[in-house]
Design a protein around this ligand. Structure first.
Ligand code: 7TS
Length: 409
């Protein structure tokens, strides 16, 4: 069982007052907070190891390179990749998906070929595909939602056809609070001989990730959504794709030989890491993985489940509040609206009560139109949140609703 007091001591940022109230940080889907051990690891790196990687023979350079490559192996183990060579460090999920769209999409797509994504995708797993479709003449198709506002497998079966070359879906939605049937989608993709891309940004900090169990070809995620720093991301590239995927950034350290006329490139992963990478970000990512493993998936999943089971019925019970996504089971992501009130007003009023939630379209505008709204408020949890924070949120939301609907303050 999780020791919440101990865990919260690892995140000093949580222990503050905002607008006179204890801070309730319910914006974890946007970015998670960073434990002291991650900050210490990065500070220690700059204090004792800082050097550029893969180019020096002096001791610090070797130390930094060894650390950087050790984290690559750590990430491979963390997501159950077959080899560290399958781990490419990027800046973010967004950069990883853009690399896939350009480096794979531009290589293989012909006019009339299909890219299949879902209607719940974050813009970073949507706009790059629209752009590839424009460049190549491929067609972008969408898997729709079912009546419970979950991904509809029936629709996936209909959309994925022999013309489909790429299927790209989120493992977990940043709006609906759903975990998608990734394994089944992978089967459908591979049955059509399409490459299977998974956006794991909202999955990675909450559940153990196993790329082989998913049978995924490419998987993208960000450090800052798994208690690591911003500015570091990962693209898992299955070995079979190493010759097919083209680099999209060119420059230092990704080359083998350069002549006046032409260049040969290194193989994955270094061939996809042009220039000086975010070394301290990699160090922080490694420390975040160590931190997660110290807490343990069982404790993390259990605590999040306890909070979801506590919060879900309470949100649903507030009249004039509409909650999106499935009504019966949920991840710790709750998108909602107070009827007739702009979600930005809801979020501002909640902030006055110390509660941090996000409001807006959550970078998922096609999903918003499907839901028939332009924006929602969204509360999103992490394992360090508490039932007392849920109470503070529910009390504040009830008061906000009363204020706007009945004019009672
Ligand atoms: N994919 C999903 C499913 C996401 O939720 C996000 C970020 C991204 C991709 C992009 O990640 P980035 O690290 O490259 O920015 N989602 C959110 C959010 O829901 N609120 O702020 C960022």
């Amino acid at each position: 069982m999780i020791n919440l007091q101990q865990v919260r001591a690892d995140f000093p940022i949580l222990e503050q007052r905002v607008n006179g109230e204890p801070l309730v940080y319910f914006d974890n889907a946007a970015t998670s907070q960073t434990p002291v051990s991650v900050l210490d690891a990065m500070r220690n790196y700059y204090l004792t190891e800082n050097a550029n990687v893969h180019r020096g023979v002096h001791t610090l350079a070797e130390r930094a390179t060894e650390h950087y490559e050790r984290v690559r192996q750590q990430v491979a183990n963390f997501i159950h990749a077959a080899s560290a060579d399958e781990i490419v460090f990027t800046r973010s999920t967004t950069e990883s998906l853009n690399l896939v769209a350009r480096g794979l999409g531009d290589q293989i797509l012909q006019p009339g070929d299909e890219i299949v994504i879902s209607i719940m995708e974050h813009h970073s797993n949507l706009v790059p595909w629209q752009e590839v479709a424009k460049r190549t003449g491929a067609v972008l198709k969408y898997i729709e939602l079912n009546d419970h506002q979950e991904l509809d497998l029936q629709s996936a079966q209909e959309q994925i056809t022999p013309q489909t070359k790429i299927v790209a879906v989120a493992a977990a939605s940043n709006v609906l609070g759903t975990v998608n049937p990734v394994k089944q989608l992978g089967k459908l993709a591979h049955a059509a001989h399409a490459w299977f891309v998974v956006d794991a940004a909202q999955f990675v900090g909450h559940h153990p990730l196993d790329v082989q169990e998913w049978d995924a070809d490419l998987v993208a995620f960000s450090g800052h959504k798994m208690y690591g720093p911003t500015g570091i991301g990962v693209l898992y590239v299955r070995e079979q794709l190493h010759d097919l995927l083209r680099p999209v950034q060119f420059g230092g350290e990704m080359v083998e030989t350069v002549t006046r006329e032409q260049t040969t490139f290194k193989k994955a992963p270094l061939g996809f890491e042009a220039g000086t990478p975010d070394i301290s970000g990699v160090v922080g990512l490694g420390a975040a993985i160590t931190y997660l493993q110290t807490i343990g998936w069982e404790s993390i999943e259990h605590q999040e489940r306890v909070l979801v089971n506590y919060l879900l019925p309470q949100i649903k019970a507030i009249d004039h509040v509409t909650m999106y996504g499935p009504q019966d089971h949920h991840t710790g992501v709750f998108a909602f609206n107070v009827r007739g009130v702009h979600p930005h007003d809801v979020a501002t009023a909640l902030d006055l009560a110390g509660v941090a939630v996000r409001a807006g379209h959550h970078c998922a505008q096609p999903l918003m139109s499907t839901l028939g709204v332009t924006a929602t408020a969204r509360a999103s949890l992490a394992f360090y949140n508490t039932k007392a924070e849920c109470d503070q949120f529910i009390n504040a939301l009830t008061a906000v609703k009363e204020f706007f609907i009945n004019g009672i303050s």
